[in-house]
Ligand binder design. Structure first.
Ligand SMILES: [Zn+2]
Ligand SMILES: [Zn+2]
Length: 414
């Protein structure tokens, strides 16, 4: 890679199964799928060095964001300052242990595990000392990437600040700025992670197979979704990354539908019960998601009301409807308009994680606004249901196999 050339194999597109011949690429070049346009590989110049420098910067910023004050809050002579960890302790202290665990995982644990794995791989690539442990680490970074939600947490922090702005004086601590820098460094690191290139460096080129124009399935081949290798359709384990191979994700439609029905069932308590309980001068007022939006609109906080409405009401409903429609298309559709259909899947996949904003707003506010009977905020039961809805819809999108959209057009029965 650092010498400027990478990849010379054929690979199946993860999204549509089309076999793309990978030319010898120069540093900085990208290869897009000839059929669906999905980005297959980017040939990053000097990628190990970029991963190391950005990854180390992210770790440094992460440590700094834990060491100082994250946010401060002053109202009528009372002060409250919190660190990032207080957002987790606040939920645990209010006996919302499951919610605290979800926030701790998405905010602290998974980014640390992800960065550690990336740094170990980058170091090994630079030194040319790759061992079997790096196979597991490469699988780990692919699995964790969709669950990195520090950018969503940052948006949640900004929403919480705007919510409190009219009620109190807000202080942005050093940790807040360090966390902003951590978010930038983390996603810059993510942009240099390319699974096909890492597997190419780890195990060398994939076995050569004869290919022609068409999908892997139509040629009696299977594309490994982990390392990009193309193997014969009767191969059960990838010879390069050792992952168990399936022609399509097993039980994709049934799993997606089951997860969607579960998220629909939880969507009602998530909207019916209060997500947050605010106590002001001794009187408690529970608020549902929609109640919070109406209250903010009434207070002329139109932007925050809009963000909460889009993230907490519009996005989950749209995503659930989109995924149901995709399942219906696979089951009863006629295999037309594959590209727009796949675009709808990508939108559903992309927007889902942003619904966690409201959960993070509750986590931040319940840690920050603790001024005794004068003013305090605690999470409501709907916060757990809502977090579960977001996670279940994300899992539903992950279990959906977009290659099925294109199988219909080829009139292939799986
Ligand atoms: Zn494709
Ligand atoms: Zn593989």
């Amino acid at each position: 890679m650092s010498s400027g050339k990478c990849h010379e194999q054929a690979t199946a597109c993860d999204h549509c199964d089309w076999v793309n011949v990978m030319p010898s690429m120069q540093a900085g070049e990208q290869l897009h799928c000839a059929r669906c346009g999905h980005l297959i590989v980017t040939c990053h110049p000097n990628a190990p060095q970029q991963l190391l420098s950005n990854g180390c910067a992210a770790v440094l910023m992460f440590i700094m964001s834990l060491c100082f004050v994250f946010l401060g809050f002053s109202s009528q002579g009372s002060h409250q300052r919190i660190t990032l960890l207080d957002c987790v302790y606040g939920l645990m202290g209010e006996h919302y242990i499951s919610l605290g665990i979800i926030v701790a995982l998405t905010l602290l644990v998974l980014p640390v595990v992800y960065l550690s794995a990336v740094l170990l791989i980058a170091l090994a690539l630079r030194q040319g000392r790759l061992k079997s442990i790096h196979y597991g680490l490469t699988h780990t970074i692919s699995a964790l990437q969709p669950w990195l939600m520090v950018d969503v947490f940052l948006l949640g922090g900004l929403v919480a600040l705007v919510k409190l702005h009219s009620l109190a004086e807000i202080e942005l601590g050093l940790s807040f700025w360090a966390f902003c820098a951590f978010t930038l460094c983390l996603f810059r690191t993510v942009s240099f992670v390319d699974k096909r290139w890492i597997w190419h460096c780890l195990c060398g080129p994939a076995p050569t197979v004869a290919v022609r124009s068409g999908s892997a399935l139509s040629q009696g081949l299977k594309g490994c979704q982990y390392c990009g290798a193309l193997v014969s359709a009767d191969t059960h384990q990838c010879s390069r990354c050792h992952h168990i191979l399936h022609q399509r994700k097993q039980g994709s439609l049934n799993n997606t539908l089951a997860l969607l029905f579960a998220s629909c069932a939880l969507y009602f308590p998530a909207n019916f019960f209060p997500i947050m309980i605010t106590t002001f001068l001794g009187s408690s007022e529970p608020s549902t998601i929609m109640g919070g939006v109406i209250l903010l609109w009434g207070m002329k906080s139109y932007l925050v009301a809009g963000v909460i409405f889009v993230a907490s009401i519009l996005v989950p409903v749209t995503k659930i409807l989109m995924l149901f429609w995709l399942c219906w298309q696979i089951r009863f559709g006629h295999g037309e308009h594959e590209k727009p259909t796949q675009r709808i899947y990508h939108i559903a996949e992309f927007i889902g994680r942003w619904s966690m904003v409201d959960v993070f707003v509750v986590a931040i506010l319940s840690a920050l606004v603790q001024l005794g009977p004068m003013m305090n905020i605690i999470p409501g039961v709907a916060a757990i249901s809502f977090a579960a809805v977001v996670i279940l819809t994300m899992l539903a999108a992950m279990s959906f196999d977009s290659r099925l959209i294109w199988d219909k057009s080829e009139e292939i029965t799986i």
